[in-house]
Design a protein around this ligand. Structure first.
Ligand code: ADP
Ligand code: ADP
Length: 234
């Protein structure tokens, strides 16, 4: 049986998790535009765990105009946080889906102290525990440029940046920009991050789960540091 400690996970020669019961439960934390989505895509290539992005789930609900989408649209477009009950309810349902038996990578959740407490309670009910919380640290002055230059390929879900991760020319015409990736909304989201989400950092630090990652380096170096702190051989 594999250990549930990320640093002692059972790995094959390529560094992939192997063996029945090998489970990794991770959280990616950090300001908007820190690179959470970019790094999540790389982590799940290595570990076969679902990438659960609450922002993506809400965006899909808004695009599909579901009742949930109608409830959250306004909050998202104005750079506000969606109320905790709605987020927690959605995550609760998601974590009960069968693919989460192998673990999960949460991206963008928890974002408030009550969400972190609700997650703890939920995991306790499910007899599970977290392995690590990866905090991508990027100072405010770099965030605005990252957010306003972000573009997404709707066909593949790949995240590009006009300057830092330029798309191939054939992909360029179909790229989309998130409606909340404007300068004004970005400032509001950043203020929210400092006011509400940062309170989650000491919460996990006290539990010995927090791992600080330098998010200012280039994406490959950030990935390298993530695997290094998780004890995965390069
Ligand atoms: P970013 O990638 O910029 O960090 P996300 O894609 O994670 O942003 O989230 C987009 C928006 O979705 C947020 O601004 C907020 O309105 C909503 N949202 C996502 N996750 C949460 C959460 N855990 N709690 C409250 N609101 C959330
Ligand atoms: P988040 O999910 O935290 O909001 P993203 O992964 O979407 O962040 O990244 C935000 C933008 O910054 C994207 O355009 C992405 O291509 C770019 N980006 C991500 N990581 C880096 C990095 N290490 N250096 C420079 N740009 C980056």
């Amino acid at each position: 049986m594999a250990s549930r400690q990320a640093g002692a996970a059972v790995l094959d020669q390529a560094g992939r998790l192997q063996g029945e019961g090998a489970v990794v439960r991770l959280i990616l934390l950090g300001p908007p535009g820190a690179g959470k989505g970019t790094q999540a895509a790389r982590i799940v290539q290595r570990w076969p765990i679902p990438h659960i992005s609450t922002g993506e789930m809400f965006r899909r609900a808004v695009d599909d105009d579901t009742p949930l989408g109608q409830q959250v649209r306004q909050y998202m477009e104005s750079g506000q946080l969606v109320p905790d009950e709605l987020v927690v309810q959605m995550v609760r349902r998601r974590l009960h889906e069968p693919d989460c038996a192998q673990g999960f990578l949460l991206d963008g959740f928890p974002r408030t102290r009550p969400q972190a407490e609700a997650l703890d309670q939920l995991l306790e009910e499910m007899g599970q525990r977290l392995d690590a919380v990866l905090l991508l640290e990027v100072p405010d002055e770099l965030i605005l440029e990252r957010i306003t230059g972000r573009r997404m390929d709707p066909e593949t879900g790949t995240i590009y940046h006009l300057k830092y991760n330029p798309p191939p020319p054939e992909v360029l015409p179909r790229l989309v920009q998130r409606p909340d990736d404007t300068e004004e909304t970005c400032r509001k989201r950043l203020a929210k991050y400092h006011r509400e989400t940062e309170a989650v950092i000491p919460y996990y630090e006290q539990r010995g789960l927090l791992r600080r990652i330098d998010g200012t380096r280039d994406p490959d170096q950030v990935t390298e540091q993530i695997f290094q702190v998780l004890g995965v051989p390069q």
